[in-house]
Design a binder for this molecule. Structure first.
Ligand code: MN
Length: 491
């Protein structure tokens, strides 16, 4: 690879901006601004993430092939194969749900659009990073769209893009996307929880400052250099947690959290010890994600303690490097390891990929094999990619994510309790099926309801998620109006 001076780099980027400006001339966004505002915002986001030059240029040009007279060939001639490849990838990705035309030539027939999309990404994960930047800016400017479009985009962001950001350990992005989107999906709930968090933080502020001081002086005594700061819980993650815990706020232990960043791993464990000597750790709440990183590569020590004045505080302890990776994820790896990583993509070597992101390599290998016409075990790939999660569709094409093992009633209750309570049957991929059938990745699920149906206690065996179970239990409670309804219907 030819080394370029930073001057040449900025020239190339400037040139891309000029070309995009010309191409989008006369086009406007729904906000009324000239269209170029959008690609420039995507450029800025990618720069903030520390992405490489080709990715930034592809970000500037990402909407040109689909929406302007500029062709892929023009881009290839002007900026080379790599940029053209990335722009092409983003263009295909935006039409993914409508059929993924080109990919059809090498992808075996599967109804699972999400899997298809992931395999398509296997070629270069930077395509996904551009798409995420694109989506982030669209979410930031969502208020300009009509309400039905707002809801659809917001929902898809919650169901697909925020989980993807999580898979890439891009923590800051996941939080911003999820909260932006959640505000449109459920505005009332968003306000309610946001107020709750603010109130909680205000009431905890004083004691939190005291805790900060106590911990700081103990760490100084041990000559550990550190930074300590509060972390605010995102509205959407609180919403998800409350659903898991029957809406019982007293079971949420990480509403208040303090983050401590230290120099090295030894200091992480020393710090944990010091905190436990100051406060009582809660049983079963110590998590060593340093020795055992999360699936997305996230590393930290977590512990929840009870202070002398009975406050519950979570501590997150990590090194600077771990912190950087937790917030920016794969993008951070590109920044620090750009050259190496890019080379490895080309040679297919895996050893320099960030911890636990080997699923990306697996995607790439699979994509390559498929293109060469080799046989691939898609079932196994699915299992590795989504061990804990499946994505299923409503007949209208909306995507819902559920834990692996979920059944039709879980799906129904996730849609709405009104739907769950009145289920009489289910069609999976167009065929009648049983309520105890486990849903699979990519299934299209159609719930059949009748207003005369009432919830049955026998359904408890046909439910997997705590969320659906809680809703069913509530409906089954004898003092609920449901009982009366049932008597009425039986007459
Ligand atoms: Mn765009």
């Amino acid at each position: 690879m030819v080394e370029q001076s930073s001057n040449q780099k900025t020239e190339r980027i400037k040139h891309a901006v000029e070309i995009a400006k010309k191409a989008h001339e006369g086009q406007f966004r729904k906000t009324g601004e000239p269209y170029i505002v959008h690609p420039l915002a995507v450029k800025k986001i990618l720069e903030e993430w520390g992405m490489d030059e080709d990715t930034i240029i592809a970000g500037i040009l990402h909407d040109t092939v689909e929406d302007t007279s500029l062709t892929l060939e023009d881009i290839r001639q002007e900026f080379g194969d790599s940029v053209a490849f990335l722009v092409d990838g983003v263009t295909k990705l935006s039409t993914a749900r409508n059929g993924m035309r080109d990919i059809d030539t090498y992808l075996p027939a599967t109804k699972d659009n999400f899997l298809r999309l992931m395999i398509a990404l296997g070629d270069d994960i930077r395509v996904l990073i551009i798409k995420l930047a694109d989506r982030l800016h669209n979410l930031r400017t969502l208020s300009a769209l009509p309400p039905d479009k707002q809801k659809k985009i917001a929902k898809e962001s919650l169901e697909v893009f925020a989980p993807l950001a999580d898979r890439l350990n891009m923590g800051l992005l996941r939080v911003e996307m999820a909260d932006l989107a959640f505000k449109y999906v459920d505005p009332r709930r968003f306000e309610e929880l946001k107020n709750l968090i603010d109130k909680y933080n205000k009431s905890a502020e004083k004691s939190l400052n005291k805790i900060k001081e106590e911990v700081s002086s103990a760490l100084k005594k041990e000559k550990i250099s550190f930074e300590i700061s509060g972390r605010v819980k995102s509205v959407y993650s609180l919403h998800k947690k409350l659903a898991k815990h029957n809406q019982n706020i007293n079971e949420i232990y990480d509403l208040t959290a303090l983050r401590i960043i230290v120099d090295d791993i030894t200091d992480c464990y020393l710090t944990l010890g010091i905190i436990h000597s100051l406060y009582m750790p809660m049983n079963g709440r110590i998590k060593d994600y340093i020795a055992m990183p999360k699936q997305n590569g996230y590393q930290s020590l977590h512990t929840t303690v009870i202070t002398k004045d009975k406050h519950i505080v979570e501590f997150q302890i990590r090194t600077r490097e771990m912190h950087e990776y937790a917030e920016r994820g794969l993008a951070a790896s590109f920044y620090y390891n750009e050259q190496k990583l890019t080379e490895n993509y080309k040679s297919g070597k895996i050893e320099h990929l960030p911890t636990n992101l080997l699923w990306i390599t697996e995607l790439q290998m699979t994509a390559a094999k498929l293109r060469e016409g080799k046989k691939v075990d898609l079932k196994k790939l699915k299992l590795n990619l989504f061990a804990d999660k499946i994505f299923v569709y409503t007949p209208k094409g909306d995507i819902l994510d559920l834990p692996a093992g979920a059944m039709p009633l879980d799906f129904a209750y996730k849609l709405h309790s009104e739907i769950g309570d009145h289920v009489v049957g289910v069609k999976i991929n167009g065929k009648m099926s049983n309520l105890n059938k486990k849903l699979e990745q990519g299934d299209i699920v159609e719930i059949l309801t009748s207003k005369n149906q009432t919830p049955k206690s026998s359904w408890l065996d046909k439910i997997f998620t705590p969320h659906a179970r809680a809703k069913l239990m509530r409906a089954l409670r004898p003092d609920q109006p449901q009982t009366k309804k049932r008597q009425k219907h039986s007459k």
